[in-house]
Ligand binder design. Structure first.
Ligand code: UPG
Ligand code: 3PG
Length: 268
């Protein structure tokens, strides 16, 4: 907590949705708590089967939980409701801004100040981090989910997101409330971006040196991506913006026949 700040200045609450993150959540909480402007860290234990809740509490977070996993978006909503309840108990004149961070950022969560600065300064309603190349390598994805998300956002709003799935975001309370209810599960980022841009809010990407666990290429990683893809597609469908081209690219037909007119297979 930074002393000497007047109480009417909106401070920032960090909300960390966490499922089975016992190995990483404590260092993420400790690093997030040190970010200037942050005076509250809430971890939502989304039905973990491990000691996530205990580790988060020991690290100093306010911990709330779901008995069974309800997905990332529901965990974010529970966290935002918890912050609202604390805000009203404290009788604040201005609600806290919400900084959503994944549980696996560990020490790099300390970099988050860059993400909240434009929101604190009133220059943006939502910031989204763009993250550097990850030390764990490029991961095992083929870009299917990222391409679907990016072209869906672009089709819906005309905005080209660099990292459309990134969940490290800072929002004003009013932006969050106006974007609720959130899109389900891993569709939440795409839904937030589209809904806020469509309502005329200012959304800005900010480079931040976060590092996180990279999804691998084993069967678990591919199941994770399948789930992400379905959730993103669901969020886009509900917003009338499911793009056709990334869907066609999933079909086993030669690239030359997918929306390339009469070009030959080499794309010339
Ligand atoms: O049912 C779930 C699944 C995940 N999480 C948490 O949500 C965060 C992101 O999940 P993760 O498994 O790390 O997903 P990634 O594929 O690594 O995440 C990328 O893609 C997600 C959207 O698909 C974004 O939310 C993330 O910010 C982005 O880093 C983590 O803190 C998880 O513990 C939950 O709370 N409940
Ligand atoms: O690993 C990732 O970046 C996400 O899980 C998305 O996977 P993708 O590479 O298939 O879009």
């Amino acid at each position: 907590m930074s002393p000497g700040m007047p109480t009417h200045v909106p401070r920032v609450a960090v909300v960390i949705p966490a499922r089975d993150e016992a190995a990483r959540v404590a260092s993420t909480v400790r690093a997030a708590a040190k970010v200037p402007g942050v005076d509250l860290v809430v971890v939502v234990d989304d039905g973990s089967g491990d000691a996530t809740a205990q580790r988060a509490q020991e690290a100093g977070a306010v911990v709330v939980g779901h008995r069974r996993s309800r997905g990332k978006a529901a965990a974010m909503t529970t966290g935002a409701k918890t912050v609202a309840a604390i805000d009203s108990r404290e009788d604040r004149t201005a609600p806290r801004h919400l900084l959503f961070l994944d549980a696996d950022l560990e020490e790099s969560a300390a970099e988050a100040e860059r993400l909240l600065r434009p929101v604190l300064d009133g220059a943006a309603d939502m910031t989204i981090a763009t993250m550097p190349a990850q030390s764990g390598g490029a991961g095992g994805g083929h870009g299917f989910v990222v391409r679907l998300a990016r072209s869906g956002i672009s089709q819906a709003t005309g905005w080209e997101a660099t990292q459309p799935l990134c969940g490290q975001r800072c929002l004003t309370r009013s932006a969050f409330d106006l974007a609720s209810p959130l899109a389900f599960g891993f569709g939440v980022e795409v839904g937030l971006t589209i809904d806020l841009l469509r309502k005329g809010f200012r959304v800005v990407e900010v480079p931040v040196a976060f590092q996180h666990r990279v999804t691998g290429s084993d069967w678990r990683g591919q199941i994770h991506r399948g789930k992400q893809w379905l959730h993103v597609a669901g969020a886009l469908l509900r917003r009338g913006s499911l793009p056709v081209r990334p869907l066609l690219s999933l079909l086993p037909i030669p690239a030359a026949r997918v929306g390339r007119g009469n070009r030959n297979r080499a794309g010339r």
